[in-house]
Ligand binder design. Sequence first.
Ligand code: NAD
Length: 354
Amino acid sequence: MNKGIFERVSKTNHEQVVYCNDESTGLKAIIAIHDTTLGPALGGCRMYPYKTEQEALVDALRLSRGMTYKASIANLNLGGGKAVIIGDPNSDKSEVLLRSFGNFVESLNGKYITAEDVGMSVHDMEFIRMETNHVTGIKRAMGGSGDPSILTALGVFVGMKAALKKRLGITSMRDLKVGIQGFGKVGYYLCRNLQKEGAIIYGYDIDQSKLDTVINEFGVIPVSNEELISLDLDVFSPCALGAIVNPETIKKMKCSVIAGAANNQLEKESRDSKLLLSKKIMYVPDYVINAGGLMNVANELQGYNKEKARYQVEGIYYILMRIFDYAATNNISTLEAANLLAERRIDEFAKWNH
Ligand code: NAD
């Protein structure tokens, strides 16, 4: 039997769930606010043709909770939230639907701040912005922070360096072997950083044109996805798909470190992080290493400052070092360590009487 809404919400400790229904525009959306202890709940708005309302709710609850952890570990004064609009972004989207969603965001008085996510574009954000200022991730020309991918890639790069220092005691990436899955926006900029450091880059993308670009520009050595998993790499960097780390692939892996931008890299978090720990493969928690994008949009809320955003993203190195030390001291996985440290910061703020 499906769980009821109140049971689900109390189990995940959500503060508030808002159902947005506007028959005149066809808008059906859910805004989930998980935790605002550290600040307003920030999280993207996803538009997706969910088969059922239950499926949309589960996604909103899961994603908003993830944002709480991400903002906390990134030392941001933000909480976690997420919105989902039920519908096909190719056929159901309209200006009035987006502006109606903006109205609902506005009605929350800044408790929830929205941003772009799957099925939404920067252009869509501009319509939402017409109804509310509680929007981030807009174009540079409109006073926003623009494409976050460059800083996300920088975060992944410094995260790799932190893991290599901890795992292998290495500070230079010269002649190290890095395998990248996916040369989209993040994968491309990551190559640029790695090439400057003298790393040897292997990789695959299902899109041949993306692959050709990085072969020509950065000398990437093309391999198949299967080869990529089992190559004798220093770093495997998933920058495309979720659930790529699972018992099947872990069995074949020979890398020392997994450090990439993709969300939800582990198929089953608890099981797979323990498997990696037992194989001495250092897993860099995805939501920590890819927080550069969130730091970038968070910066926009105070008036975008590129230098400051870059400085914050470079700090991912030290955030990760603390996680690795905590994991080693307590003999737990890096993922568990990250979760515990993120929870600790929220608990401390909840108790702080200021
Ligand atoms: P993107 O869509 O630009 O790139 C993804 C690339 O992966 C594409 O080139 C695509 O062709 C390739 N790909 C798809 N399926 C593949 C497969 N089976 N094998 C190999 N390649 C495949 O996305 P992006 O912005 O570069 O983001 C990469 C990942 O990082 C995504 O999971 C995204 O959610 C996550 N992420 C991105 C940001 C950001 O700032 N862009 C921030 C946080 C997390």
